[in-house]
Design a protein around this ligand. Structure first.
Ligand SMILES: Cc1ncc(C[n+]2csc(CCOP(=O)(O)OP(=O)(O)O)c2C)c(N)n1
Ligand SMILES: [Mg+2]
Length: 739
């Protein structure tokens, strides 16, 4: 694709150039309005800096120098129609899209009625649902993959308009709480700084957008620095335009971003290309950063005066002002009048914001999870269908966990057209014609759990993703923000870590940080665990406590087929993000096989199952330790007459404290057993709670059995020594019962 370059030297200062050319289709009123936004943006920054010095606000992040490109994007795109993933220097963009200065000052004071976050996020972290400005965070670049997912959702909904409808019978269904809207020619805007283009997620997003020919406008606001690091140290060759120029399907623009008119023209071309469905666009805007990185930074420490002086010649405020004067659009009196009006408006806004009430401390837990749909509620407690006996009267063979997960996915996909499945290798065959011509059978995941789903539902509902875990979760998050229900797969738990930023800093916290303005109830299915004889370090890990430590994320870990079906259905229909952990060793185990419990069977979250009742000792466990603990408990009863009450937690967040407490009150002894490494593991929290809350009931110390504090080794003899075995469980149970 061709790159359009605007020579910075020609823009705005080009004396004698024709007015119509300079205005690039912008009317006189729009040009005046553009200056008003630019000037307002700068003056809000100045006001905030003052307020910060007076300790009336707690943080300041300026958009100074970036106003030209921001206002241009705001004029070229449509609020409430297109979608926006801006970054912290996009104050002028937000003003142009309709955010009021008062709302910006409410961010600064951390007011309860700050529409972005209700005092939860720093200022300049924009979030305005009606305008389609999606909540942003502080990690540089974590918005980019979500923007790609957002664009994918728009296109999916345009192709599947019925998916947006909410069925009348949708009780206990996240769809009731999502207003889904889409436009056939919508565009998603995402911006970032020059430094942020070094993040891997940026490249994953560029690749995904190019692959999908998605209508995303990437805007790199290049002020030449990332805090103190200059662009030539950040970006090989010093030009991001040069580096990305090989991406196919893109339209490229490189422009002087301090010039709103040239920037507007660039955005007009870029958005036209996207709206017409040709693919994504890339706008590289050269801007300046006159106010240092932030108030905590003094750029004079690393930038000499001469360099800073050179930048100031291109200040968008003065340049736009000079442009209006030179073109006869406003005279000096008109400029003064406009600036006076802005000052008066800002004064009122500041005065009002300083009076605004702070949020109530009691509100801190609001919106960690959906306020509308509680997956622990009885709505999700439905009976299993009774399987009909075949004519010969013989009980049919039970289905494996793998079988029932596949069947549940299939039934949910039939019921809900918003479900899309993607991940590494999950499709039957990306080259669809091979399937159609019956040349191949299809793969459907390395464990084959998604086998047949692409063939049945089509490749826009089940598809392979590039090998990039952050992209899988980030794109899913963007899609879910728009109302889709992505059920994505991370092939092995051991490879979830590239997605950790997206899970920890985005997926789980979007609802809370936007004060319920946005939500993204994604399901992430992950194959986890060891006991594989040969899985070794990178195919056998557990580590669930890392995720149960994250507020806002539900974590589920079934031990048998029927629970897996019921819990997966709850995960899909609920309104919170869910990490659904599937133990590889249990996929095809003979333990816990069952008949399919039917297309409506659900198990509520946070309800444990008593695998075996007992009176002498409580064993609390989950996952692949359940069958091992059962074996040990049965042996203990046979040999010693000790009756163990075995609790399978099934769901780790929330977890069933009531069942644990009732059992320990009865047995007065507790053992917590888990496959993860012992120290700081999930069971450590359960043991601490029992010791804390049930101290008076205990006749013995709370014990734990878990893996050794080391990685899982390849050689089976070592693996056996590392992971908790039935005999370890037996010995611990025996010792505790004798205490
Ligand atoms: C993932 C991550 N790493 C580091 C930081 C700290 N940080 C905040 S802004 C910034 C520099 C960003 O530079 P650039 O992308 O060029 O944007 P600019 O501020 O220059 O507009 C850094 C390192 C962060 N917020 N997130
Ligand atoms: Mg920068």
């Amino acid at each position: 694709m061709a790159t359009t370059k605007t020579d910075p030297k020609l823009a705005l200062t080009a004396n004698g150039a024709k007015k119509s050319k300079l205005s690039e289709g912008l009317t006189r009123d729009q040009l005046i309005q553009a200056y008003r936004f630019i000037y307002t943006s700068r003056r809000i920054d100045d006001r905030e800096i003052l307020l910060k010095r007076q300790q009336k606000i707690y943080f300041q992040m300026s958009g100074a120098g970036h106003e030209g490109i921001g206002v241009a994007a705001g004029l070229a795109l449509k609020p409430g129609y297109d979608w926006f993933y801006p970054y912290y220097r996009d104050r002028a963009l937000c003003l142009a899209l309709g955010v009021k200065p008062y709302d910006m000052f409410l961010q600064g004071v951390g007011a309860a009625n700050d529409p972005s976050s209700g005092g939860r996020q720093m200022p300049s972290h924009w979030s305005y649902p009606e305008l389609h400005i999606v909540t942003q965070s502080s990690p540089t670049g974590s918005q980019i993959l979500q923007a790609v997912g957002c664009a994918e959702a728009g296109r999916y909904l345009a192709r599947h308009p019925k998916a947006a409808e909410v069925p009348a019978s949708a009780t206990g269904d996240y769809r009731r709480f999502k207003n889904v809207s889409f436009q056939g020619d919508e565009v998603t805007y995402v911006s970032l700084g020059d430094g942020t283009s070094s993040e891997g997620e940026f490249w994953e997003a560029m690749n995904a957008a190019a692959l999908g020919k998605l209508p995303v406008v990437f805007c790199v606001e290049d002020n030449g620095y990332a805090i103190s690091v200059p662009v030539e140290v950040q970006t090989a060759g010093g030009s991001i335009s040069r580096l990305v120029s090989g991406f196919p399907n893109f339209h490229f623009e490189e422009v002087d971003g301090t010039d709103p008119v040239a920037s507007y023209a660039a955005f007009q071309r870029a958005t036209r290309y996207c709206r017409e469905g040709h693919g994504p666009a890339f706008v590289h805007a050269h801007v300046i950063r006159p106010y240092s990185h932030s108030l905590s930074d003094d750029e004079r420490l690393y930038r000499p005066d001469a360099e800073r002086e050179r930048d100031s010649q291109r200040d968008p405020v003065t340049r736009t002002q000079m442009f209006l004067l030179r073109e006869g659009i406003l005279d000096e009196k008109g400029i003064n009048q406009l600036e006076k009006e802005v000052e008066a408006e800002l004064q009122i806004a500041v005065d009002q914001a300083l009076e605004a009430l702070p949020p109530a401390p009691e509100s801190i837990m609001n919106f960690v999870y959906s306020p509308d749909l509680d997956p622990a509620s009885s709505v999700f407690d439905t009976p299993a269908a009774v399987a009909e006996l075949p004519a010969d009267g013989k009980k049919p063979a039970g289905k494996t966990m793998a079988d029932l997960i596949t069947t549940t996915l299939r039934d949910e996909m039939k019921r809900d057209e918003r479900i899309v499945i993607f991940g590494e290798d999950v499709a039957d065959c990306s080259r669809e014609e091979y399937l159609k011509r019956k040349l191949v059978k299809g793969k459907g995941g390395v464990f084959k759990l998604t086998f047949g789903l692409q063939a049945e539902f089509g490749n826009d509902r089940v598809f392979n993703a590039p090998l990039a875990e952050a992209a899988i979760v980030g794109r899913a998050t963007g899609m879910a923000t728009r109302g889709l229900k992505p059920v994505v797969e991370i092939q092995f738990f051991d490879y979830i870590w590239p997605a950790m930023m997206q899970i920890r800093d985005e997926l789980s916290v979007i609802r809370w940080r936007s004060n319920n303005g946005f939500s993204c109830p994604v399901v992430i299915r992950v194959a986890i665990g060891g006991y594989l004889t040969g899985g070794a370090i990178y195919h056998s890990q557990c580590g669930e406590s890392v995720f149960t430590h994250i507020p806002g994320l539900r974590v589920v870990f079934p031990s048998n087929s029927q629970d897996a079906a019921g819990l997966l259905r709850t995960a899909i229909r609920c309104d919170d993000p869910v990490l659904f952990l599937e133990h590889k060793r249990l996929y095809r185990e003979s333990f816990g096989r069952a008949a399919y419990p039917g297309p409506d069977y659900m198990v509520p979250f946070g309800k444990a199952k008593i695998v075996q009742p007992g009176t002498d000792l409580t064993v609390i466990t989950y996952g692949a330790v359940v069958p091992r603990a059962l074996q040990a408990a049965q042996k203990l009863e046979r040999e010693q007459g000790v009756r163990v009450e075995l609790i399978d937690l099934r769901c780790l967040n929330p977890f069933d404290w009531d069942t644990i407490a009732a059992s320990v009150a009865k047995t007065n002894r507790a053992l917590v057993a888990y496959e993860d490494t012992l120290s700081w593991g999930y069971g450590a929290e359960i043991a601490a709670r029992i010791a804390d809350k049930l101290f008076d009931q205990l006749d013995a110390p709370v014990r734990r059995v878990a893996a050794k504090d080391v990685f899982v080794a390849y050689q089976p003899i070592l693996e056996d020594a590392i992971l908790p075995q039935p005999n370890d469980l037996f010995l611990a149970m025996k010792e505790l019962s004798e205490y």
